[in-house]
Design a protein. Structure first.
Length: 200
């Protein structure tokens, strides 16, 4: 059973459709008691860093949620802004404290190209892990974002993408994964990644 963190800053319709297509059981919840029994948790995100953090703070006690996400009993996936809020600090709209689970900052992408970065782009794997099983390095996924996760530790970066400069597209710390792209909108490769996640 996958639990989806239910916030208004998380447009989960496409994700739910993907899980239904894969015949993976899931439920959306704001109930911390339900999350304590979950094996897998996904935090999808759209909109701003600040808004998602505020939504999480309204629905949960953030320190309690952080302990739960970092528990050895659960596997966690953050998507897009859901990945970014795993960081220490966000710089969108105003400086906002993140969950501080994976050390780093989220800042506007340093590029001369058009922002937001929207569309299909290649993801190159720096490390192998179960999330990427049977997915080739260089596979394209669908992106839509203007800010990037700048990790303090290279060991937390699983994959990168080029948009004028190199940006981090997958991060990991133990049982916690974050993807900058939208697997739920990335057709077969995205479905494969979601399926891999469900089996970790």
């Amino acid at each position: 059973m996958i639990n989806i963190l239910d916030t208004s800053a998380s447009n989960s319709k496409s994700l739910c459709n993907a899980l239904e297509h894969l015949e993976i059981k899931f439920k959306k919840t704001k109930n911390i008691k339900e999350l304590r029994t979950a094996t897998h948790i996904i935090l999808p995100g759209v909109g701003s860093y600040k808004n998602l953090i505020e939504e999480l703070a309204n629905n949960y006690i953030l320190d309690e949620l952080k302990v739960l996400i970092q528990s050895n009993n659960v596997v966690f996936l953050g998507i897009c802004v859901g990945m970014q809020v795993l960081s220490t600090l966000g710089h969108e709209i105003e400086k906002t404290k993140g969950l501080d689970i994976i050390k780093g900052d989220v800042k506007k992408i340093n590029t001369n190209l058009k922002l937001p970065h929207v569309g299909w782009n290649s993801v190159f794997f720096d490390q192998k892990c179960p999330l990427l099983k049977n997915i080739d390095s260089g596979t394209e996924f669908y992106f839509t974002h203007s800010y990037e996760f700048i990790s303090d530790l290279r060991e937390n970066v699983l994959a990168t993408t080029y948009y004028d400069n190199k940006i981090n597209s997958i991060v990991q710390k133990n049982n916690i994964f974050g993807v900058q792209f939208h697997p739920e909108k990335s057709q077969e490769p995205g479905l494969k990644l979601i399926s891999n996640f469900s089996k970790i």
